[in-house]
Design a protein around this ligand. Structure first.
Ligand SMILES: [Zn+2]
Length: 177
């Protein structure tokens, strides 16, 4: 009997400590699970690119995580663009977003890089994988103002019911238009 196809839309399989990527992926193959691996900085975008080329069941997002935005530069965007152009298994931009839980000392930079990456994803016509932690109001406002055409996959969700409803409302509005 065919096993149901399951897609894990956010797995840092390359950051596992207790087992190898091969070992973890063997489980996925056995269970018919496809994995999408997000990157988190200017170096891991290349790691994700390689993983998707090496393993059939692995797809990827390229992007810079809010806590890592200090490494972000114009070159990062150029690199992301080149990776996307040459690899059709890179299917989104992520993980990107805002995180006020760990360190609030560079919130402005987080916002700036988040916006740049949203605009980049819009240009590329790719979905965005949004990490949002204790930054619900700002995340929603930035998405409302800057996201034109990218589908949004919310991640690291621990927000309120109101915030969830607002996300759902916006996504159904997009689908029906
Ligand atoms: Zn993550």
């Amino acid at each position: 009997m065919n096993k149901e196809q399951i897609i894990n839309t956010h797995s840092h399989i390359n950051m596992l400590k207790e087992r190898s990527v091969e070992e973890a992926l063997q489980n996925c193959i056995d269970e018919n699970i496809t994995i999408i691996v997000p990157s988190y900085d200017d170096k891991s975008i290349f790691e994700v690119d390689e993983l998707t080329k090496k393993y059939e069941k692995v797809f990827g997002y390229v992007g810079v995580f809010p806590e890592e935005v200090k490494c972000f530069s114009d070159k990062t965007l150029t690199d992301m663009g080149n990776i996307i152009k040459n690899n059709n298994k890179i299917i989104g931009v992520g993980e990107i977003g805002l995180d006020y839980y760990w360190d609030k000392s560079f919130v402005d930079l987080q916002k700036e890089v988040f916006i740049k990456q949203i605009e980049f994803a819009n240009q590329m016509n790719l979905p965005i994988n949004v990490h949002c932690r204790e930054a619900y109001f700002d995340t929603l406002n930035i998405l409302k103002e800057h996201n034109k055409n990218s589908q949004v996959i919310m991640h690291c969700f621990s927000g309120s019911l109101e915030f969830a409803k607002e996300c759902i409302k916006r996504s159904s509005a997009k689908h029906s238009s």
